[in-house]
Design a protein around this ligand. Structure first.
Ligand SMILES: [Ca+2]
Ligand SMILES: [Ca+2]
Ligand SMILES: [Ca+2]
Length: 165
């Protein structure tokens, strides 16, 4: 690579890095920004997985879908920093076909990236169909019963406004 190209690529890398860390400024109050997405960590009430889906929709957002390692690490670190012994729902399920996990709101199969805890998903009791980030599994992924009341995580693209009307 010649010198000009090297310089250009280092400027680009810096710009991308700054974009990643500065996006929080375009999130609503109470939301946490990362990589052009705003996250709302719901820790003031617990809900079933279905209720969590509905609540996020009332906030002009969706139950979080973890698409890659970067997003996964960000969320995991946030929960480690939060430091409470709690599980958090995210938007994955295999309720339609047992063993076929999808991100339900985007209808994306969970095949490109996943981070299940050891021996999970185990469909314990034949009735674990919803995806949680589990403190009992060091904040890796676990399938649990969808009716359990848990904290949860909503996400929306940065720059999205609050609900209108
Ligand atoms: Ca996401
Ligand atoms: Ca299952
Ligand atoms: Ca399980």
């Amino acid at each position: 690579m010649n010198r000009k190209l090297r310089l250009l690529s280092s400027v680009l890398c810096t710009a991308l890095y700054l974009q990643g860390v500065s996006s929080s400024s375009t999130c609503q109050d109470g939301w946490t920004g990362y990589n052009n997405v705003c996250y709302l960590f719901i820790t003031h009430m617990k809900a079933s997985w279905n209720e969590a889906i509905q609540f996020c929709q009332t906030q002009n957002s969706r139950l979080a879908e973890i698409e890659d390692a970067r997003e996964d690490n960000f969320i995991r670190q946030h929960l480690l920093d939060y430091g409470k012994q709690e599980d958090f729902w995210v938007g994955g399920t295999d309720v339609i076909t047992e063993g076929d996990w999808i991100w339900v709101l985007s209808q994306t199969p969970i095949i490109y990236y996943s981070h299940w805890a050891l021996y999970e998903p185990n469909n314990l009791g034949g009735s674990e169909n919803c995806l949680e980030i589990s403190y009992g599994h060091h904040y890796f992924w676990n399938d649990d019963s969808c009716s359990r009341a848990e904290f949860f995580i909503c996400e929306q693209p940065s720059g999205s406004g609050p609900v209108v009307g």
